[in-house]
Design a protein around this ligand. Structure first.
Ligand code: ZN
Length: 256
């Protein structure tokens, strides 16, 4: 496999180097003509004169692609292969299309903020749920992340409001109560409109720890504190449930 290759021809010096982990061949040289010569030689070696994407463009442009791939790889669910595929896809798009994408990403944080009341992501001072008079302020559902709101909204069953903590307690990762949006929750509860707080943090170690912490913290306030039920998933067979889930399901049983 090619690691490093240098050519010197007619005084035109250039080198080609395989850059892990992107798999790009970075071509550098003192002159553009030298780089073009080497690139042409590499394509001929591969028997591939047409595939521009297989060997990156000359010089700095290749660096730009490698940088883009590095940034894309940091996105959730995107591995090195997918990052490379997305980068090549973008290279084939028109300048207008890529401009639209980069503008949407660039202005993301300008337009987005957190709701002054529930801390969900919104583009207004108060989010659509908090400013909707049909949503009852008597029930507040506490969740870890903004996307958890969408998960509960999908049920179309909940008519109360939310409070987003923006994380869960995790001493190992240095996340303590001060790192979560708990103060805003207490202020809302002290305003006196809320009758019930539903703790809808995830059934993980961190989510459970957060729920236990909040339940203790809210005890002095005159508000009913409940925890979402946990148990066997709907539509699945009991034999597939692990023992912890089954124990939780038995523990959370109710009159029927
Ligand atoms: Zn809100």
């Amino acid at each position: 496999m090619l690691d490093e290759l240098a050519v010197e021809n007619l005084g035109l010096i250039a080198t080609a180097r395989l850059e892990p982990p992107t798999g790009f061949v970075v071509v550098t040289g003192e002159t553009g003509a030298g780089k073009t010569l080497l690139l042409g030689a590499l394509r001929l070696l591969r028997g591939d004169t047409a595939a521009k994407g297989q060997i990156g463009p000359v010089g700095d442009e290749t660096r730009v692609e490698a940088r883009l791939i590095d940034e894309l790889r940091k996105l959730p669910g995107v591995g090195p292969k997918s990052a490379q595929r997305i980068a090549f896809y973008l290279l084939r798009r028109s300048r207008e299309e890529t401009n639209r994408l980069s503008e949407a990403v660039g202005t993301l944080l300008d337009d987005i903020r957190t709701c002054s009341s529930c801390q969900a992501i919104t583009d207004r001072e108060e989010c659509a749920i908090c400013s909707n008079p049909a949503r009852s302020p008597k029930i507040v559902c506490v969740v870890e992340e903004p996307h958890d709101v969408l998960a509960i909204e999908k049920t179309r069953d909940f008519r109360g409001r939310y409070h987003v903590l923006h994380g869960a307690l995790s001493p190992l990762q240095g996340v303590g109560p001060d790192e979560l949006r708990i103060r805003g929750l207490l202020e809302r509860l002290r305003a006196g409109e809320t009758e019930e707080v539903i703790l809808a943090t995830s059934p993980t170690v961190e989510g459970e720890a957060t729920a236990v912490y909040l339940a203790r913290l809210l005890r002095p306030l005159e508000v009913r504190v409940t925890r979402i039920a946990m148990g066997v998933p709907v539509g699945s067979d009991l034999e597939w449930a692990d023992e912890v889930t089954m124990a939780k399901a038995l523990e959370g049983r109710r009159d029927y």
